[in-house]
Design a binder for this molecule. Sequence first.
Ligand code: ADP
Length: 423
Amino acid sequence: MTTLFGAIADDFTGATDLAGLLARSGYPVSLRIGVPEEPPQDTSPFEVIALKIRTEPVTDAVAEARAALAWLKRAGAQQYFWKYCSTFDSTPEGNIGPVAEAIMADLGVAQTIYCPAFPENGRAIFMGNLFVGQLPLSESPMKDHPLTPMRDSNLMRLLQPQVRGKVGLIDRLIVAAGAAAIKKACADLAEKNVAHIVVDAVENADLARITEACADMRFLTGGSAIAMPIPQIYAKRGLLAAHEKETTPRDIAPEGVVLSGSCSAMTNAQVARYQSQGRPSFQLDPLSLKARGLQPAMDWLAAQDLAAQPLIYATATPDAVRAAQDQLGKAEAGAIVEAALADLAVAARDQGARRIVVAGGETSGAVTKALRVDRLDIGPEIAAGVPWCFCTSEGQDIALTLKSGNFGAESFFSDAFAKLEDA
Ligand code: ADP
C-alpha cells in the first residue's frame, strides 16, 4: 500500500501517542522503532517513525530526522509531520527548530506551522503562549524538568533562537474565523517571509480548522493532536478509497503476561488492582536479582499457566526504589530490572505468551528490543494514548501494548486483556 502521511516523532511514547490518535480513524497506522534498515515494503497509509532525539546534540538529531524523512519519501508519503511534545520540550539550541528547518530544506518548502496544542490533555495555545491546564508553561511543573526545563511560555520566543527563518503567529481570533482566514493569514505571512508560524488553538474545533486550512502544506509540525483530523481530510478527498478500515479483529491466542517495570503512582495502583483480582503475580527486586540472578523468576514463569495472564513486576513504592538505588546506584538498579524484564518477555513468548502488556517507557524500549520488534501495527485503544499494537517477534504474531508511567486507569491490565476479547 502507498504511504500518504509520514511522521517523525522525537521520542518513543510520543510516537505511540500520535499513532494511537491517527488510528482512532480506523485506517491502518504503522509505527517503526527507529529508521528501518530495510527499504519500505508493505507500508501503511499512515507511517510513524519513533526516534529518540529530543535531547540529542543538534547535528545528531538533524541527521537522524533526515534519514527518517528519506525513508518516508521512499515509502511515497505526500505529507510529512514532525511530532514533538505538547509542552514544546526543547533546549534553547533545539531540537524542534533545527529539525524542522532541515526537513523544510530537504522538502523544498518555505513555510510550516507549529501547533503543540492538545486540548483533551489541557495543552492550549493563546496569543502564542502555551498553557498547561490553567497555568502558563513556565509556571507549570515543566519549569523544573530535569532535561528540558521550560522557563518561557511564549512559543515565538522559544522558537526564534532555534531557527534561522522568521517566526510569526496566527492567533486565536484568526483561527476562530475559520480555515479560509487561516489560509489567507499564512499567505500574508509568506509575503513577509515568515517561514515558521506558531498557530493558536484552545479546543479540538480549532485543530480541525487548522488542519483543513493546512491540508495542502507538505510539511506540518506539532503535538499529536493537530494530526488527529488528518485521516478524515484524506478520506473526504478520496485519498483513502483503496484502504480498508481495519474492522476484523486479529486472531491472537489468549495466553498472555504482564511485565511491569514502571514505578509511577498509577502503575503501583494498577499492580495492586490486578493482584486483588486474583491474578498470579511475582515480584522482582533489584537486590535479589543482583544476589541470586533471574532463575527464581524464570522458574516461577515456567510453572505458570499463561491462560491466567500472570503478572511479573518490579514496580515498587518510592521508598523501596530509593533503598535499592542507594545500594546499587540508580543506573544499575534500573538496568538490572530492565534486563530481567526483557529476558522474561522472551521466555514468556517462547512459552506461548501472545498478548504481552508492558508498563514503563524505558521498560518498553528494553522489551521491544529483546523481542526484536521493529514494526508495530496500531490496534484498538485501551486507554487514551495506549493502543494495542500487533507485531511479529521471531516469526510469532503477538499483541503488545506499551504503557508509559501514569497512563491508563487502575484497572488497565485487565482492561487491556478485555479489549482483545471484545475486539
Ligand atoms: P515510567 O514510564 O513509569 O517512567 P520506566 O520503565 O520508563 O517507567 O522507568 C522505570 C525505571 O525504574 C526503569 O529503568 C526500571 O528498570 C526501574 N525500576 C523498576 N523497578 C525498580 C525497583 N524496584 N527499584 C529500582 N528501580 C526500578
